[in-house]
Design a protein around this ligand. Sequence first.
Ligand SMILES: [Zn+2]
Length: 316
Amino acid sequence: MSAAEGTRGHLQPDRDENDPNRFLYHGTLRRNIPSIRDTGLRPQSGAWAGHFHPDAAALVYAVDDEHRSAAILAIAGQMAKAGLIRDPGNCSFDDFKNALIEHGTVVVVKATTFRRYPWSFESGHPTGAEPGNWYSSESVSIEREMIGREMLDWLNPSGDDFIYRYALAIRECLLRANAYHEGGHAIVAWALDLSVLEILIRDDRPGEHTKAIGDKRLPLIDQVAICKAGRQAEEVFENRLPRWASLQGDDVDALNLLAANDIRGAEAERWMTDACARSKELLTKHADEVHRLAARLIQCRHMDVDEFKLFMQGRK
Ligand SMILES: [Zn+2]
């Protein structure tokens, strides 16, 4: 047994989720380590700490032993944001792996202050957390850090090129998630009788290129529902953008729409929840159309107003 394997064995989390000695893992950049050592792994300091609402809890996310892919995504996302890899969806495996070795680290933290995001999409849970994530709203200190070979061994425990498969999966994941996200906006707009002018999706980063217009003014709840439809479609059809790739623009648009109608704070939160429900209702009702459109978008990447009209002909 190598030293790295011995260490890993020692850190093997207990299966009992309530065990205070259970360990969790947080993927980040090596250059973040000094400030984390100084101040603790602070809420809002990680790639998964994104939140849009000023009242939302500040959070640090970690993953358990079973979800190593999420740690890779977190590191890849931070590398992409910091410009250390140009294009996580398309760069070669060697570039990806070298950048991971050079810049990445997985820090090990005690699970004591963490709670688990439930495996459901109810409202009232921390924004930005994904089901199954562990989250803490308190500062967390690092037990130890894994870098280089030791980190790779942890990320790739069976030595089966998991990292390689994962690097490829990032591109596939972005493409599918974008197709469902933009397709969701388009189908909800279409269901509300707007004309969809253009949809464009990419496989290297989120798109937000769905444009729709209508002749009549929609009720406010429906306007907000269109903003929420992208993220809702990701959730409903289980094709989510990795958290680092998620944009908060939709939520900003929705909150601006509400603010323009003097709806703010807790009242805005209620509207957002209701708009999610409205969006989900329309997406579920037109689930066939969403799947069909997403599949088409994955192939063609782009549709204009005439192509969309033709594609949706006779479906309402
Ligand atoms: Zn969107």
